[in-house]
Design a protein around this ligand. Structure first.
Ligand code: SF4
Length: 153
């Protein structure tokens, strides 16, 4: 089920209707409480790794998407992700959601959607800009000075 922050959990009754109103759910009624001292990104990367491992592989979105989510979250955790990775992560969850034959797909995508919804600042604080070389913009600093010399043109 989608992750919820403490400030929401403290103000709602934890029943089916309230949780659905807050874009989460009771699911199988098993609740995981994550202490604020924990690294929430690392926790979610760990959960994504679980889904990657447990996917039976029958549906492509679940089989491939779970791995994508894990690898992106792992990059975010290690501060190796770029801002583009955040949109990519969101896209992957949408590609899984509703496109698999069992609920395991949603089970893997929804927690990550909750993370994106409520902990986006935490994710962004660990991401960096795309390297200039990948942006395909005309940046004079990226011109190879070697090629500007006539003899090398
Ligand atoms: S959604 Fe269900 S059936 Fe499809 S690959 Fe995942 S675990 Fe298997």
């Amino acid at each position: 089920m989608p992750l919820l922050p403490k400030k929401i959990c403290e103000t709602i009754t934890m029943d089916f209707d309230s949780l659905i109103e807050n874009k989460s759910g009771l699911g199988t009624a098993g609740i995981v409480v994550i202490n604020k001292d924990q690294d929430i990104i690392a926790c979610m990367a760990r959960i994504a790794r679980f889904y990657k491992h447990e996917s039976c592989g029958q549906c492509t979105p679940c089989r491939e998407g779970a791995g994508w989510m894990y690898r992106i979250l792992d990059r975010v955790e290690k501060r190796k992700a770029t801002f583009n990775d955040i949109d990519l992560l969101s896209d992957v969850t949408k590609q899984i959601e509703g496109h698999t034959i069992c609920a395991f797909g949603e089970g893997s995508a929804w927690p990550v959607q909750g993370l994106l919804r409520h902990f986006r600042k935490e994710i962004e604080s660990r991401c960096r800009e795309e390297p200039l070389i990948k942006k395909k913009i005309n940046n004079p600093y990226l011109v190879d000075q070697h090629l500007l010399e006539n003899k090398n043109a």
